[in-house]
Design a binder for this molecule. Structure first.
Ligand SMILES: Cc1cc2nc3c(=O)[nH]c(=O)nc-3n(C[C@H](O)[C@H](O)[C@H](O)COP(=O)(O)OP(=O)(O)OC[C@H]3O[C@@H](n4cnc5c(N)ncnc54)[C@H](O)[C@@H]3O)c2cc1C
Length: 629
């Protein structure tokens, strides 16, 4: 018997697989005459606690797809007679940061409305909560960590400061790790299916990849043919120059223009099955394996081979060392969800009962009923998909949206579109054609993150590592939820404590090799939308059983709950040296696409072509500056 697993959304994903015929426009927005604006929102009382399929959850995307795919939207709207100084589309980090910047510049009384299609705020920065006998357990629902905050712009650093985020405290709070995992000294594991179940090889793979450590023992333990092992050992040892027929200049061009997968097969002589054992982490960053990223990009995340490039090795090491100097990742226990939570607490203080700030943000409870109150100058309206944003003749902005089947309209003096940028041509068909084409260029990268609430961490701790790369499994990296006490959180301390396992997946597209990166992302997105929670659940159970079964784990009794966060529209598109031209400054699609259009400005990390928190903040700053200078 499976035990206590919450599966609120067993067949989520099936709807989109069968097309929007299932949810006809009548179901989506045909009820505006029937309902008034007073809804029973009890279902949405506290979204972070919901299990099953989250992220792009059922109910969040159907209206937008009807508009984007078939051009359908309501023909009439109920005017709410609400007028704001600023209407913001999208309550992710960018939209929320824009609200804060605008408020700081225009004063506390500025009236702002944020609209978001999800039942929770934060956009990609969401958290998953679990309750274990009265104790709160947290997991990362989307955005993972602050990446090199020292390098953030003045404005982005300023926002972190405004929110009271103490980076030094975050560094200190991470050092206090989980008992049996701290002793493993940088070890991770590579786990591959073998003839008798998974073979998990523990080693310091990061340093082995760079040619240091006991390479032979680790490689010989992998369940791959001996001939492939020997090739790998030679490759890892760095004694051979695999580009010896090329000049330094040609070699440099080679690493930028040839895929890592082609390098491994053409020059190192590995078969594709062997090469793919190095693709787990790159899939998380680029959504694709080595066949679709350049050698240089692969090296920049520590893939093996840098030591085997002859005369180029030293130069690349210098470049990468410079790029990575001072690099760090700082975690909240819920990933970057604490950033939007702190923002919301600043913007709408009544939402937190316990005066949430940096010191208690992890544990503080938010009252979602307070998000959208007429007595507050800032209102955040969830479950609301914007379908039209137009400038009026009297120089205001009319914003149409669909909330729970109702077609509604509000007015603003100006608007900031902090939503996915390639949705904007559908919202503002009046934009110039060249701008709309540029906005359509990017494809967001699809991803799926899962959090698994376990009875205890005994089996995981016996494995003795806190990160396992599983390149051949559906979830390519398995790790633990962050061990940090930031924000007053009490992470598990002992192996007998309940724990949350964090598993990361990207859709596996059957590619011909001729697709562009953008086509691969699009195909991946369809896979994510059409994969049911039941399928993910089975994958998770099978994979955890294979990894942890030898250490006493029983998925039927050890798993308490599963939350799958699917992000079909995940990371903002970042240009690739393999697939995109080198645009002249100011001519890249995201730069043309984000141009101000009267009293409408465009934000979101898409408008920076950079899939990071600071891009979301920087774009918000720019959009607010455009509208207020
Ligand atoms: C899985 C994942 C992991 C990541 N990890 C990291 C990390 O470790 N470090 C890092 O720095 N960055 C990370 N990022 C990137 C970073 O989180 C994002 O750049 C940032 O959160 C984006 O914020 P945003 O507000 O620009 O966009 P979003 O978070 O996408 O917010 C936009 C919001 O607008 C909504 N919206 C779209 N269309 C409409 C509409 N028509 N009407 C109403 N609302 C609409 C969207 O649904 C969404 O809620 C990650 C991203 C993902 C997806």
């Amino acid at each position: 018997m499976k035990k206590n697993v919450t599966r609120r959304d067993f067949c989520n994903g099936v709807i989109i697989g069968t097309g929007i015929n299932v949810l006809s426009p009548l179901n989506l927005f045909g009820q505006s005459d029937l309902l008034n604006h007073e809804l029973d929102k009890s279902l949405y009382n506290y979204p972070p606690m919901l299990n099953g399929m989250r992220g792009s959850h059922q109910g969040s995307f159907e209206v937008a797809h009807a508009l984007a795919w078939t051009g359908q939207k309501p023909t009439s709207y109920k005017d709410l007679n609400e007028e704001y100084d600023l209407v913001i589309v999208g309550a992710g980090i960018s939209g929320l940061a824009a609200a804060r910047f605008y408020q700081q510049k225009m004063g506390q009384d500025a009236r702002i409305l944020l609209l978001d299609n999800h039942d929770d705020f934060g956009g990609h920065a969401k958290r998953n909560e679990f309750e274990h006998d009265g104790k709160l357990l947290l997991g990362i629902g989307g955005s993972v960590n602050l990446e090199n905050p020292r390098d953030y712009s003045k404005e982005a650093k300023g926002l972190l400061q405004d929110l009271g985020i103490d980076l030094d405290a975050m560094r200190d709070n991470e050092s206090d790790g989980y008992e049996s995992l701290t002793s493993t000294d940088g070890q991770s594991a590579l786990s591959l299916p073998g003839p008798n179940g998974h073979v998990t090889v523990k080693a310091n793979w990061m340093t082995l990849n760079q040619g240091e450590g006991d390479i032979e023992t680790a490689i010989k333990a992998l369940p791959i043919p001996v001939i492939e092992q020997d090739k790998l050992i030679e490759f890892f040892n760095g004694g051979r120059d695999y580009l010896d027929d090329l000049s330094l200049r040609e070699s440099y061009r080679y690493v930028q223009s040839v895929s890592y997968g082609d390098f491994l097969s053409d020059r190192v002589g590995l078969d594709d099955e062997t090469s793919s054992i190095f693709y787990a982490f790159m899939k998380l960053l680029w959504g694709v394996g080595g066949k679709n990223i350049s050698v240089m990009d692969a090296f920049s995340i520590g893939a093996p081979g840098l030591q085997s490039m002859g005369k180029l090795t030293k130069l690349l090491q210098k470049i990468l060392l410079w790029e990575m100097s001072g690099s760090e990742s700082l975690y909240f226990p819920d990933g970057n969800a604490s950033v939007p939570r702190l923002l919301v607490a600043k913007l709408i203080p009544a939402v937190t009962i316990d005066d949430a700030d940096f010191t208690n943000i992890s544990n503080s409870h938010f009252d979602y009923k307070m998000l959208d109150k007429s007595e507050h100058s800032i209102r955040l309206r969830l479950n609301s998909t914007v379908v039209g944003v137009r400038q009026t003749e009297d120089n205001r902005v009319e914003v149409d949206y669909v909330e729970e089947g109702m077609a509604l309209r509000v007015m603003g003096k100006r608007a900031i579109l902090a939503c996915y940028n390639n949705m904007i041509p559908h919202l503002c068909p009046e934009l110039p054609e060249s701008q709309k084409n540029s906005l359509r260029y990017a494809e967001k990268m699809p991803l799926v993150w899962a959090n698994i609430h376990l009875e205890d961490g005994i089996a995981f701790s016996e494995l003795g590592v806190n990160r396992i790369d599983c390149p051949k499994d559906p979830f390519v990296v398995v790790t633990t939820a962050p061990y940090t006490s930031t924000g007053g959180y009490q992470p598990p301390k002992k192996s007998s404590d309940p724990m949350v396992i964090f598993m990361m997946s990207v859709p596996e597209v059957q590619a011909t090799g001729k697709e562009t990166l953008r086509e691969l992302y699009k195909a991946g997105r369809h896979i994510v939308y059409s994969t049911s929670f039941a399928t993910y659940e089975q994958q998770i159970r099978d994979q955890l059983q294979a990894l942890l079964g030898p250490h006493g784990f029983n998925h039927e009794t050890d798993i308490r709950a599963i939350t799958v966060n699917r992000w079909p529209h995940g990371y903002a598109y970042e240009y690739s040296s393999l697939y995109d031209p080198e645009w002249e400054e100011g001519k890249a699609p995201h730069e043309i696409g984000r141009a101000q259009f009267g009293n409408i400005s465009i934000a979101n990390s898409d408008s920076e072509a950079h899939a990071y928190v600071n891009a979301a903040i920087d774009s918000a700053w720019r959009a607010v500056e455009e509208q207020t200078s």
